[in-house]
Write a protein that binds this ligand. Structure first.
Ligand code: COA
Length: 105
């Protein structure tokens, strides 16, 4: 994992303003209501390479051996041994691997 990678398994706030209008005020008092904040686990498998300044958002699984190009925003699952780039990150290539000899570039 390179520098500046951000991984978040929640949205921090609701996209409905009526449900987030008091967030910062409450935070100042040491409270945080998470009931309306979407969240989902992030899974990053072995042999993954994540470039610099990549963001990985909630609920994403990056499968084994995948590579994420610098500055990408990963919003959906990335399949194994694939190269994904951009915002939102899209697979642009399949990567050859000894673990998956049937996969070709
Ligand atoms: C992921 C990476 C290694 C791929 O390199 P590559 O295989 O040489 O890829 P290419 O340069 O051939 O790019 C292929 C296409 O993807 C695009 N692309 C590559 N990286 C991109 C990125 N991070 N974001 C958006 N598009 C990208 C290229 O513009 C090119 O598009 P085109 O076919 O329309 O011209 C490289 O893009 C990268 O991100 N390098 C930085 C790695 C890093 O973070 N290092 C820090 C130390 S760990």
């Amino acid at each position: 994992m390179s520098w500046g990678v951000t991984i978040v398994d929640h949205d921090s706030h609701s996209i409905d303003w009526t449900r987030r209008e008091n967030d910062v005020r409450e935070w100042g008092h040491g409270r945080k209501v998470w009931d309306h904040v979407p969240h989902a686990p992030v899974t990053i498998a072995d042999k993954v390479w994540i470039g610099f300044s990549v963001s990985v958002l909630k609920g994403v699984t990056i499968e084994e051996g995948a590579v994420i190009g610098a500055c990408s925003v990963v919003t959906r699952d990335i399949p194994p041994y694939s190269l994904a780039v951009g915002n939102p990150a899209r697979v642009i290539r399949t990567l050859r691997s000894e673990a998956c000899p049937d996969l070709e570039v």
